[in-house]
Design a protein around this ligand. Structure first.
Ligand code: ITT
Length: 190
């Protein structure tokens, strides 16, 4: 089965392709597809907007992810605005600056991902996952993408300092996609 992975974010694309590989789907990238306005109030609404637009444009089943970082000391910000929180290149520094001086116990945060698969016949499958952690005090690590260098797990390493497989095993996206995978498998066996 051909499935469009409806994201323009290369980091996400790599993770989604890797985690869904066991499904044996032929992943089609979203290159050339439009980037719909993400005006939903929740991660789930935005994931649906992206998946349904890609499904409409291609006539193929489409999977999208909407995700972000929610920082407790910032009242849950940047949340659904994570990708637009500050100009490119200043996002991580903006979060670090806002938390300056706070002890680790007050730097709690979580990544959340909502994933959605829309089929041309109108069927919709959704799942969500989150991962608890802390905002570090500086960027560390070369792996991952986006906010990974400032997101620390319990042992103090950042998402950018751990192996891909280790991130997938505990990440918001890994949890959401494994749930989606099970629901998809059940749907395809009907
Ligand atoms: P698409 O909409 O094309 O999928 P996007 O990057 O705009 O790409 P979102 O609107 O869902 O995606 O925004 C997600 C934001 O959260 C974006 O700034 C990411 O860098 C960040 N983010 C999400 N998951 C992350 C992860 O696992 N590690 C680091 N940053 C992450």
């Amino acid at each position: 089965m051909q499935v469009v992975i409806a994201t323009h974010n290369k980091g996400k694309l790599a993770e989604i392709s890797r985690i869904l590989a066991p499904l044996g789907i032929q992943a089609i990238t979203a290159d050339g597809l439009s980037d719909p306005e993400e005006n939903g109030k929740t991660f789930a609404e935005n994931a649906f907007i992206k998946a349904s637009a890609a499904c409409r444009e291609t006539g193929l089943p489409a999977i999208a992810d909407d995700s972000g970082l929610c920082v407790d000391a910032l009242g849950g910000e940047p949340g659904v605005y994570t990708a637009r929180y500050a100009p490119v290149g200043q996002r991580k520094a903006t979060v670090l600056k806002k938390l300056e001086g706070l002890p680790r116990s007050e730097r709690t945060a979580r990544f959340t991902a909502a994933v959605c698969c829309v089929f041309p016949d109108g069927r919709v499958i959704t799942a969500e996952g989150s991962c608890e952690g802390y905002i570090g005090t500086a960027c560390r690590g070369e792996g991952g993408f986006g906010y990974d260098p400032i997101f620390e797990i319990e042992d103090g390493r950042t998402f950018a300092e751990i192996a891909d497989g280790e991130k997938d095993a505990m990440s918001h996206r890994g949890k959401a996609l494994r749930q989606l995978k099970e629901k998809l498998q059940a749907e395809l066996e009907k």
